[in-house]
Design a protein around this ligand. Structure first.
Ligand code: SAM
Length: 227
């Protein structure tokens, strides 16, 4: 959440619908309501702010390929992706909250919005070409059991192309993916930055493969099947 944006339009370029004070207020209200109804799933009382959204999307380049967003909520990171010049129809948004999924469909009509649990990614062939350039995750990994975190990462890396990254933010002091899971899946995590202009302050990690594509794809398939 970033108080600076309140009360004025913040995204006017490239034909992106402006965020008005009314829109921000209704996002905060919807977020708060969803958090009250499902605190573990939503895990934040307000949407992420502009500074965190910019950091989360800072390495993603328009035209590089499809982008998968997990847990978009009201679309704070989605909007930042569009502001970077990505095309809306290059975005797939996976959201488990039905209220958020409806709002996203309405707000981003050209994106593919899927109302589903991100831990089921491996059950659907969403990207047959395995060409996803990046995954942007707002998922509350700290409130998830290790088995679920492993299923999410294993499923996501089945679709991420060689060299692609999985971007995850956290309010905690270290990467929210336990070291044992990174090791098992042949992944590595690097902190790319942090911002204090978010409530609470947050860090962003980029998770990538350690080993050649073929090996990891096989181990991800095996892990996804087990998880
Ligand atoms: C901390 S909020 C982040 C929302 C948004 N990305 C932001 O930063 O403002 C977590 C989001 O993940 C969604 N979520 C939680 N568990 C999920 C799951 N298993 N599959 C898909 N979405 C999930 C929640 O409904 C919520 O929208």
């Amino acid at each position: 959440m970033d108080g600076k944006a309140a009360g004025r339009a913040v995204s006017l370029e490239k034909g992106i619908a402006p965020v008005t004070a009314v829109c921000l207020y209704s996002d905060y209200l919807q977020f708060f309501r969803s958090w009250v109804a499902s605190p573990l799933r939503v895990a934040a009382v307000a949407p992420s702010g502009d500074a965190l959204a910019r950091l989360m999307t800072s390495e993603i380049v328009p035209g590089d390929g499809p982008v998968l967003e997990l847990g978009p909520g009201t679309g704070a990171f989605t909007r930042a992706l569009l502001e970077r010049g990505l095309r809306e129809n290059d975005l797939t948004l996976v959201e488990y909250g039905s209220d958020f999924a409806r709002l996203l469909e309405h707000r981003f009509p050209q994106a593919r919005v899927l109302w589903m649990d991100a831990s089921q990614l491996a059950s659907y062939d969403l990207f047959p070409a395995a060409n996803v350039a990046a995954v942007v995750s707002g998922l509350p990994l700290l409130s998830m059991p290790p088995r679920k975190i492993m299923a999410i990462l294993a499923g996501a890396f089945l679709s991420i192309r060689p060299g692609g990254g999985f971007y995850q933010f956290t309010y905690g002091p270290r990467c929210p993916v336990p070291r044992a899971i990174l090791d098992r899946l042949g992944l590595k995590a690097r902190r790319i930055g942090g911002t204090i202009r978010n409530l609470p302050p947050a860090s962003v990690y980029r998770i990538t493969r350690r080993q050649p594509f073929g090996g990891l794809r096989r181990s991800s398939q095996a892990m996804a099947a087990q998880a």
